[in-house]
Design a protein around this ligand. Structure first.
Ligand SMILES: *Cc1c(COP(=O)(O)O)cnc(C)c1O
Length: 373
C-alpha cells in the first residue's frame, strides 16, 4: 500500500546496531543509547526499547521533557538528561527520576533544594568542558567542587563525571586527543575518591576512534540508528540504517521541450520527457535545498529530482520513455530493488550531516515501526 510520506523504522536494526556497538567496547564499559530529539527522528520510546533489547544499559536525552516522555511509555532504565536545565525543567527531570548534568555550584545547591524529602537523591553528573566550548566548566577545581557538593549532600548523589568531544569524527585531528588528555586525569582522580562514579566521554565517533575514550560508559546516538558518524557508508562500520523514507508517484505527465515544473520554473524540459509528481516536500522535512539536487528511486532506478522542492510536492524526471504509472512507490532514503540512497548522500548534497536529515523529518511524516522488540 502506498502512502504520501512514511518513514519505516526497522527496530531490529536499532537492536543489532546496539549489540554491535557493545561488542566493540572495552570490558566493563557500558552502552548509553542517546534517544534525544525523538531518537534522531526515529521515535524515542520505540527506539529506547529496541536499544535496551540490544544491550544498552542506559538512555540519554537532551531535555527533561524527553525524559518524562520515556517514563510515560514505561521505560524504567537510568536516563541521563544531558542538556542545560532551568529550575522548572530541573523539577521535571527530578520527577522523572532522571540523572542530570551539573557544572556550577549554585545549580548544584538549587538542585538539592528542589529535592523532595523521602525520595531518592538526585543523581548528578559533573561536566568538565575540555574543549567543546559549550556546556560544562573549563575549570577542573570548579568541577571538583561541584563533585564534592554532590558527594556531601544527602539530597544529591555523585553519579558520574563526563565530557564531550568536538572533533571525534575528524580522524587524525589533534583536538580530540588533547580533550581526552584533559579529561583522563580529572576523571581517574575523581574515581579514586569516589569509586562508584560512572565516567563517560565518548559519542559514536569517539567510540569507534579510540577505546581509550570508552571509560565506564559510551554515549552513542547516531550509530545506533545505523547512520555513519563519519558520514561515509555505515556498512563499513558494521551498522545497518534503520530508517527508510517512502512516498509514491501520484501523477505522471508528458513534458514538451521548454515546459517547466515547479515554482520559479527552475527546471525546464530540454527534450520531450516524462515527469512524476511525488507528494512530499519541505513541509515533511524534505529540504528545499534539494531543489534540482538529489535522486529518488522508482522501480529500483534513480531518477533526478527536478525543479523546486515545494512544501507538499516534488517532481522527478522519469525520462523520454517510461513504464511508470501513478501509484508506483518512490524511495527517498533507503533501498529499492538493489539500488540505495543513504541519508549520508542526501546530507552531502545539501552540505549537512545525516543527523540533520533524519531529525528534520517533520511530524507530518508518519512513522511506521517494524521488527518490534
Ligand atoms: C548528542 C550527544 C551524544 C551522542 O552523539 P552521537 O554523535 O550521536 O553519537 C553524546 N553526548 C552528548 C553530550 C550529546 O549531546
Amino acid at each position: 500500500m502506498v502512502e504520501r510520506a512514511v518513514a519505516h523504522i526497522d527496530l531490529g536494526a536499532v537492536e543489532r546496531n546496539c549489540a554491535h556497538l557493545r561488542s566493540l567496547l572495552n570490558d566493563g564499559s557500558r552502552l548509553c543509547a542517546v534517544v534525544k530529539a525523538d531518537a534522531y527522528g526515529h521515535g524515542d520510546a520505540w527506539c529506547a526499547k529496541a536499544a535496551l533489547a540490544g544491550g544498552a544499559d542506559w538512555l540519554a536525552v537532551a531535555t527533561a521533557g524527553e525524559a518524562a516522555e520515556l517514563r510515560r511509555h514505561g521505560v524504567d532504565t537510568r536516563i541521563l538528561v544531558m542538556g542545560a536545565l532551568t529550575h522548572e525543567e530541573a523539577k521535571t527531570a527530578i520527577e522523572a527520576v532522571a540523572d542530570v548534568v551539573v557544572w556550577d555550584e549554585r545549580f548544584a545547591r538549587a538542585l538539592a533544594a528542589l529535592h523532595t524529602p523521602g525520595t531518592v537523591p538526585v543523581n548528578v553528573h559533573v561536566k568538565l568542558d575540555t574543549g567543546m566550548g559549550r556546556l560544562g566548566t573549563k575549570d577542573v577545581a570548579a568541577a571538583r567542587a561541584v563533585a564534592e557538593i554532590a558527594a556531601g549532600d544527602e539530597r544529591l548523589k555523585l553519579a558520574g563525571a563526563m565530557t564531550h568531544f568536538a572533533t571525534a569524527d575528524e580522524e587524525g585531528d589533534e583536538h580530540f586527543p588533547a580533550q581526552l588528555d584533559a579529561f583522563t586525569p580529572f576523571a581517574r582522580g575523581l574515581k579514586q575518591e569516589h569509586p562508584d562514579v560512572v565516567l563517560h566521554a565518548a559519542n559514536s565517533a569517539a567510540t569507534y576512534r579510540d577505546p581509550g575514550a570508552h571509560f565506564d560508559m559510551v554515549r552513542c546516538g547516531v550509530a545506533i540508528y545505523g547512520l555513519d558518524p563519519f558520514q561515509r557508508d555505515p556498512a563499513e562500520r558494521g551498522l545497518e540504517p534503520a530508517l527508510s523514507l517512502e512516498s509514491y508517484v501520484a501523477a505522471v505527465k508528458r513534458f514538451e521541450r521548454g515546459e517547466s515544473a515547479g515554482y520559479g520554473r527552475r527546471w525546464r524540459a530540454g527534450e520531450p520527457t516524462w515527469v512524476g509528481t511525488v507528494p512530499i516536500g519541505y513541509g515533511d522535512g524534505w529540504r528545499r535545498a534539494l531543489t534540482n539536487n538529489c535522486d529518488v528511486l522508482v522501480k529500483g532506478r534513480r531518477h533526478p529530482l527536478i525543479g523546486t522542492v515545494s512544501m507538499d510536492n516534488i517532481t522527478v524526471e522519469l525520462g523520454p520513455e517510461t513504464d511508470i504509472q501513478p501509484g508506483e512507490p518512490a524511495v527517498l532514503i533507503g533501498s529499492q530493488a538493489g539500488e540505495t540512497i543513504r541519508a549520508e548522500e542526501v546530507a552531502e548534497r545539501i552540505g549537512t550531516i545525516n543527523y540533520e536529515v533524519t531529525c528534520g523529518l517533520s511530524p507530518r511524516v508518519r512513522r511506521q515501526w517494524r521488527g518490534q522488540t
